[in-house]
Design a protein around this ligand. Structure first.
Ligand SMILES: Nc1ncnc2c1ncn2[C@@H]1O[C@H](COP(=O)(O)OP(=O)(O)O)[C@@H](O)[C@H]1O
Ligand SMILES: CC(=O)N[C@@H](CCC(=O)OP(=O)(O)O)C(=O)O
Length: 276
């Protein structure tokens, strides 16, 4: 990325240009099989001039394989307790099947998708989680932005499985929650928007999606238990992304991906729109 006689400032400016207006979309496991998804992502890719990065989950598929092996899935704070043996199940389900199914569906929709996990090219590094009960789980520590810039700059849409390389030891993989990985990627590239696509139309309060929240409002919903489980994890990740400079975070379903008036927008400051 750095030209032979370029300065660090030149290199930063080049990265900024590659990701200008970029959108990072996190696909939850339950959204990935929707037949309308590839065309919707193709539209985002076109609208952003190809500056689309996809991060996916696939937690339900992992749980299914665990159960077939006689293991009961266990979660703490929305993150899966992961044994050494589980790591290979997660590699198989996420970096393998889920990743390749998405890549192939996107290619069929005309998006130049290129699949990789956080392990590939050390795209994502994660620090082992301090809570020892979690086992082989990590928290994003570093994103290889130069590698992403190489791919996006060459016209590819990276499709990322969140399994990451450990900062503690080379060649060790850690299970990273897809929401956490997406927030880290969005922050690292300075994305204009991070969109969490889930199986719900937004953050629900009394059964209806809230149009917009500021970080304090999001934290309050988690504290009150109104947003729990996977949604609490998303709101945590959303706050982390905003604090690190992502322009806007939205949570919603497939319809909300195409329509900014739908879903829940999480934005900083008093400028938060009453109806997003
Ligand atoms: N207030 C809330 N609004 C919406 N969903 C909520 C809320 N509280 C808990 N949830 C749960 O969070 C889920 C979405 O998170 P999750 O299952 O982790 O999605 P994904 O697989 O897309 O990451 C919803 O299906 C719902 O069961
Ligand atoms: C540490 C951790 O929780 N990892 C997640 C990774 C997959 C994921 O995030 O899947 P969804 O987006 O479908 O929930 C897991 O093992 O389920």
């Amino acid at each position: 990325m750095v030209p032979p006689h370029g300065t660090v400032a030149d290199a930063h400016a080049a990265l900024h240009e590659v990701f200008r207006g970029a959108v990072v979309v996190k696909l939850g496991g339950r959204t990935q099989g929707d037949p309308a998804l590839p065309a919707a992502l193709a539209a985002v890719s076109a609208a952003t001039g190809g500056r689309l990065v996809v991060v996916h989950g696939g937690g339900d598929a992992v749980s299914e394989i665990q159960r077939a092996r006689g293991i009961t899935p266990e979660f703490i704070g929305g993150r899966r307790v992961t044994t050494d043996a589980d790591v290979d199940v997660i590699r198989m389900a996420l970096s393998g099947l889920a990743n390749k199914q998405l890549v192939s569906a996107l290619l069929a929709a005309g998006v130049a998708a290129l699949g990789l996990s956080g392990e590939d090219g050390v795209l994502l590094e994660a620090a082992p989680t301090a809570d020892v009960r979690m086992g082989r789980v990590g928290e994003p520590a570093r994103v290889n932005v130069a590698l992403l810039a190489l791919l996006v700059g060459a016209g590819y849409c990276p499709v990322i499985s969140p399994v990451s390389a450990s900062t503690a030891a080379r060649g060790v993989a850690l299970n990273v929650n897809g929401d956490d990985a997406a927030a880290a990627v969005a922050a690292a590239v300075g994305a204009a928007e991070l969109f969490f696509m889930a199986d719900v139309p937004g953050v629900l309060v009394d059964g209806a999606p809230v149009a917009s929240l500021d970080p304090a409002g999001a934290a309050a919903l988690v504290r009150a238990g109104t947003a729990g489980g996977g949604m609490a994890a998303k709101l945590d990740a959303a706050q982390a992304a905003l604090a690190r400079g992502v322009g806007r975070v939205r949570i919603g379903d497939l319809a909300a991906l195409a329509d900014p008036a739908r879903g829940t927008a999480i934005v900083t400051g008093a400028a938060a729109p009453a109806t997003a």
